[in-house]
Design a binder for this molecule. Sequence first.
Ligand code: DGL
Length: 267
Amino acid sequence: MIGIFDSGIGGLTVTKEVVASSDYQLLYLGDTARTPYGNRSQDLIYQFTVQAVDYLFKHGCQLIIIACNTASAEALRKIQQEWLPKNFPDRRVLGVIRPVVEVAAVESITGRIGVVGTRATVNSGAYDRELKQQKSSLKIFSQACPIVVPLVEEGLQNRPETMKFIRNCLRPLKAKKIDTLILGCTHYPLLFKKFKQAAGKSIKVLDTGKIVADKLTEYLVKHPEIETKLTKGKGHRFLVTDVTATFKENAQKWLGQDIKLEKIDLQ
Ligand code: DGL
């Protein structure tokens, strides 16, 4: 099984693309009792993420995608470098930042890249660090747009205020003449068209979920030792730490199907 972890519902945007491009069995875990992570400290985000990853490994996952940008930014490196070798040395944890920066570094012609995400993701500097690792000459401009997550969760995508918030959020990045925009938060792909419209023709907006799914396929081709251990089938399961009406409604809207939620405890 492949585990997909998110602070809540947002990881479903990645799940949808993984389901569309492969037939691996998925175990989704959304920490709905403690979402959002985006305004929390690094220590707490790390602690929560380790609990989730540990749970998914103990329940049969061989590979986990941390589909949450905030958790990828604040916890992934430490998990890969310190926690995993001690606890599950033969399993793997991947995030959503590396796949996207690899594409951004190639796609950007002027080398001026914009990143939007939660406060924690932007303050962590993880995108800057990873992009610079791809190409040290890149110029990165980041902007936190914390307001967008609750707007999406409340189903207010089509309200005029939402477009206004997006335009405000992109204004400083456009002033820096970026040519590529990374949507560094799981909720933003649900507003892909709006971000594209606000960005204008001269800025390429990267489709994060699709990129992560494509890179997963590439990763599994290169790592048969992991791929051969993954089960296939349609029996995906969806675990949450709190069963909420918002999750149910949004899950149906975003995935286009009804899902059964199973409540678990992480503490
Ligand atoms: N899933 C988070 C992310 O991608 C957004 C929601 C949150 O703040 O927890 O950054």
